[in-house]
Design a binder for this molecule. Structure first.
Ligand code: UN1
Length: 497
């Protein structure tokens, strides 16, 4: 019998009020059920929000360094359970063990970084323009935060949101992706073990349309942190506008790697293989386009096709596997529909373009790493996020042309440039419109203490990661203390004329 999981609301394990459930299956072996989860709805969310509101009363008064200690403890437990959690994650999400260990490590890094921020969370003090008066700004918690996370980084992304929120003094209603609820449930179990009081973190499982939307619509939720598609992000933004709820959106990407004719081609090749086919292309930061200088275009394409054809597909629990399955059947159908569109619109299919079958692959949602060459900027596969192992290759005449091609999308998350020419590198750093630019490194590889996020339709200006996460999860309060014992009027008493 697969394990039955429950929601955690106000410290109590609960089934969905309706009693409904859903299954979570292993994408590499769809006969294996990873767990059964409550299929919750608005009533469950409302109960969780009430619990979080209640818990906030005490939690926000708990000193920030002490809140940090609890998050640090959660990091320590993650360290101790890293191997086991990575296996659980590979079983429910499909990416290879090397990467799921990295995903857990990203949670550990976030725990330790966030915990130390509990002893900082700086405001400023400044002199007043008036005598016997003191001014300062400080960070204060906001209230109940709704956390809605995706399935591609089942541990890392929830921790990016939950750990800084906790250290900030907010309480949480957490809805994890319904494709990766087991990792999320384990994270919450770890937080409870680390000492998070009842009601401070509540988890409600279910779909985005039922649970996610109920979170966004609940007036007692003051913050929503969402990572997912641009379409859903726009919907959340519209709903949140009604109450001016603060919303952080991390949305789609159409990231590109530029390879200049002066680049170390072997290095650029390692970068694009990791960027495009790591996590089976299912990253917001995946390399979805490759822009190659015309002088090395044919040669680089040959090198790329040769190495890509040797990538080993299979169940990610086997350490020799390099590319796991897609997360579910719908995702595989979506990816394949882009292959069809690419062919129809005249791109040249160099490799892949179909489901991978045979032997152990038959029981999973595998798709062959796919390369399209001679892709023109107006083609759909050059513009839309695919979220799968599909790479669109384009040709550029110069660094300026390459940057122009790179910028030609509605998204702006990550970007990479391979060059040995300092002038090209600095031009790229200045002119690329993206939240993240890598020089001689792939589009994936963000570190948790640095800001993470994008421009244009990739988000709404907020950043996760590092100190910037604390800007989202706290409010700035400005305080003036007048100890002069008389009415002092700023702007007026100091400048009489
Ligand atoms: C995402 O792609 O959804 O830089 C997050 C990276 C990871 C995080 C990616 N550390 O690719």
């Amino acid at each position: 019998m697969p394990k039955a999981f429950r929601n955690l609301i106000g410290g109590q394990e609960k089934d969905a009020v309706s009693g409904r459930t859903f299954e979570n299956r292993n994408p590499a072996d769809w006969n294996e059920i990873v767990g059964i989860f409550p299929k919750s709805e608005k009533r469950d969310v409302d109960a969780a929000v009430d619990a979080a509101k209640q818990a906030y009363k005490e939690w926000h008064l708990f000193p920030a360094p002490k809140r940090g200690d609890i998050v640090k403890k959660a990091g320590d437990i993650l360290v101790a359970r890293k191997g086991e959690l990575a296996k659980q994650m590979t079983r429910e999400m499909g990416k290879v063990l090397l990467e799921t260990r990295g995903d857990v490590q990203e949670g550990i890094d976030t725990a330790y970084y966030s915990a130390s921020e509990g002893r900082r969370m700086f405001g400023v003090t400044a002199p007043s323009e008036l005598p016997d008066k003191f001014t300062m700004s400080m960070r204060v918690p906001v209230g109940v935060a709704g956390v809605i996370s995706p399935w591609n980084f089942p541990m890392a992304i929830p921790t990016w949101k939950i750990f800084p929120a906790l250290v900030s003094g907010d309480t949480i209603v957490f809805k994890p992706a319904s494709d990766t609820p087991a990792t999320a449930a384990t994270l919450v179990e770890i937080l409870v073990e680390a000492g998070v009081p009842a009601g401070v973190v509540n988890i409600v499982h279910g779909t985005g349309s039922e649970v996610g939307m109920a979170i966004v619509q609940n007036d007692d939720i003051e913050l929503v942190s969402f990572t997912g598609s641009t379409a859903v992000g726009k919907k959340i933004s519209e709903i949140a506008a009604g109450t001016l709820k603060r919303v952080s959106l991390e949305l789609g990407g159409k990231n590109a790697e530029i390879v200049m004719d002066d680049a170390n081609l072997e290095l650029a090749l390692d970068g694009v293989l990791w960027g495009a086919f790591g996590t089976t292309g299912q990253r917001c930061t995946a390399t979805s386009r490759l822009i190659v200088h015309e002088k090395v275009y044919d040669k680089f394409l040959d090198m790329l096709a040769e190495r890509t054809s040797r990538l080993k597909l299979g169940n990610g629990l086997d350490e020799s596997i390099e590319v796991g399955p897609l997360v579910n059947e719908a995702q595989r159908e979506k990816v394949h529909s882009y292959t069809e569109i690419g062919k129809r619109e005249g791109a040249r299919l160099v490799l892949g373009g179909e489901s991978a079958r045979g032997g152990n692959l038959d029981g999973g949602w595998f798709y062959k790493p796919t390369i399209f060459a001679d892709v023109a900027p107006e083609m759909t596969i050059a513009r839309e996020e695919i979220f799968g192992p599909v790479l669109s290759v384009m040709k550029a005449k110069s660094i300026d042309h390459a940057i122009e091609l790179l910028n030609g999308t509605i998204y702006g998350l990550s970007s990479a440039v391979y060059t040995k020419n300092l002038n090209h590198a600095f031009k790229a750093m200045r002119d690329i419109k993206a939240g993240i630019t890598y020089i001689n490194a792939p589009t994936i590889g963000a570190e948790t203490h640095m800001p993470f996020g994008g421009v244009k339709q990739t988000g709404n200006g907020h950043r996760e990661g590092g100190a910037s996460a604390f800007e989202f999860f706290t409010e700035i309060k400005t305080v003036y203390v007048d100890y002069s014992d008389r009415l002092q009027r700023a702007q007026i008493d100091t400048y009489k004329n």
